[in-house]
Design a protein around this ligand. Structure first.
Ligand SMILES: Cc1cc2nc3c(=O)[nH]c(=O)nc-3n(C[C@H](O)[C@H](O)[C@H](O)COP(=O)(O)OP(=O)(O)OC[C@H]3O[C@@H](n4cnc5c(N)ncnc54)[C@H](O)[C@@H]3O)c2cc1C
Length: 436
């Protein structure tokens, strides 16, 4: 029998780090294993956060450090490829009015740094880098994790927060099929990509707060301006959808950037104006999907390891935060209820099942968020007559936007949950109430 309950978190991305915060606040011991040599690494990506996520950040004591690093988006325009404005929407203002704060864009590296540095020193010492998960063994009494450097770690359960190509998910599948090769399980590559994305950061080049899109057939652009840097996202429809994970080389990056050279970003800038000044770039396929099996025995998945969206609407990270909230609420309650503080394998399986069922149910917005982000990607890339008509001529009407907010976006935001074991004043106050 175990003497203390301990969670092994795999992955020190934003969701793994938030899980560390939540477990610390829940009084549950943990160790976090990250493959990279450093938690903070420069990448060209940005992340937009919404007010529902700020409520959780506030509970964890991160919000005051975080907010000054970001830029609130306040102006949206849609352009055609030849620079014609065909829509000026009030989407950012509506979010602010309804939920208390507009969307805020962050440099991903700074977001990670803030989350990491807000952890108390005792927790930071439990975050270990250079630890690539290699194998997981489950026993009746607990779980053993081994890493590529030969180190091993014992714990009560594993949270796999190791991203889209999750090794935890892969090992879980192996264990499941070893027991029964005919068992229904997710495929090795459970996500499908229909688009790829070239993204990058550059020194600020226009007024902060712009969040624009450029639409055309098969290709689209998003442009965001922050206080000190800007970001663009160049979306390209793949010749055909794939479940394989493509890796792109420098030549392919340059070639795709060339295809977008004359695309506008706002009223004055074009992609080719900024390309020579990029501080970082990345080219990746945009996987989409929700994994069927989120847990097995003492192993459970959160974040991109169990669901993956296109980047439109910025919902991937925001949903990962909700995974952590729902899982930790249920887990903490069961740990507290268990006399020795160590739930057994059967109890953990129930916790994980309840977590997954909740996240996939209409109680949460996960499944509609997946649909909505994919819908926006297809609308912006005019992926067929239906999407072109919808994006170019129908969604531009303010009455249609009213409808989308009233019945789609706002109810999804309102459903978001907070950690039920951390009392905090409600600081995100808009016209619409939070459900929880
Ligand atoms: C360009 C871009 C823009 C985006 N914009 C937004 C946005 O505006 N809003 C939003 O909500 N979402 C956005 N997303 C999505 C968001 O970035 C992801 O949903 C989020 O990063 C998921 O976090 P994660 O911690 O689950 O996974 P990751 O961020 O992928 O982190 C996984 C971590 O696990 C580590 N790891 C991997 N394998 C192992 C192993 N074997 N052992 C140990 N560690 C391992 C990795 O090194 C990494 O640190 C964007 C994504 C991209 C690509």
């Amino acid at each position: 029998m175990e003497s203390t309950f301990k969670v092994i978190i795999i992955g020190g991305g934003p969701i793994g780090l938030l899980a560390a915060h939540a477990l610390y606040c829940a009084g549950i011991d943990f160790v976090l294993l990250e493959r990279r040599q450093s938690i903070i690494e420069e990448q060209g990506a940005s992340i937009v956060l919404y007010p529902q996520t700020f409520r959780v950040m506030h509970q964890l004591g991160i919000l005051d450090v975080l907010l000054p690093l970001g830029t609130e988006l306040d102006h949206h325009l849609s352009f055609t490829k030849d620079g014609k404005v065909f829509n000026e929407s009030t989407r950012y203002r509506r979010i602010k009015e309804n939920h208390g704060y507009g969307p805020v864009i962050f440099h991903r590296t700074e977001l990670l740094q803030a989350i990491y540095e807000c952890l108390p020193e005792t927790s930071r010492s439990k975050i270990l880098t250079g630890k690539a998960l290699q194998n997981i063994e489950t026993h009746d009494y607990g779980i053993a994790v081994s890493c590529a450097d030969g180190s091993t770690f014992q714990g009560s359960m594993v949270i796999g927060a190791d991203g889209v190509h999750s090794k935890t998910r892969h090992l879980m599948r192996e264990i499941a099929l070893k027991g029964n090769p005919l068992r229904d399980w997710d495929t090795e590559q459970p996500y499908k990509s229909t688009f790829r994305l070239l993204y990058g950061a550059f020194p600020a080049s226009s007024l902060p707060g712009e969040g624009y899109d450029v639409q055309s057939s098969g290709k689209s652009v998003m442009y965001f301006s922050g206080k000190t840097r800007g970001w663009f996202f160049l979306y390209d429809k793949l010749p055909q959808p794939t479940t394989e994970s493509n890796r792109y080389n420098e030549k392919e990056v340059e070639s795709l950037a060339g295809e977008f050279a004359d695309f506008p970003l706002n009223g004055t800038l074009k992609v080719k104006d900024l390309w020579p000044n990029m501080s970082a770039t990345g080219l990746t396929d945009l996987q989409e999907g929700i994994v069927k099996h989120w847990s097995l025995g003492r192993i459970v998945l959160v974040g991109d390891s169990c669901h993956k969206f296109t980047t439109h609407l910025g919902l991937g990270f925001n949903n990962g935060v909700q995974d952590v909230v729902v899982l930790c609420n249920i887990l903490r309650a069961r740990v507290q209820e268990t006399p020795n503080g160590c739930p057994d394998a059967e109890t953990l399986a129930q916790v994980f099942q309840k977590y997954e069922t909740t996240r996939k149910s209409p109680e949460c917005s996960l499944t509609t968020d997946l649909e909505n982000s994919g819908l926006e990607t297809r609308m912006h890339t005019w992926s067929g007559t239906f999407y072109w008509l919808l994006s170019r001529y129908i969604a531009v009407w303010s009455i249609v936007e009213d409808f989308i907010f009233r019945f789609g976006i706002s109810p999804s935001f309102q459903k978001a949950q907070v950690l039920d074991f951390i009392p905090a004043l409600e600081i995100m106050k808009g016209k619409l109430p939070w459900r929880l």
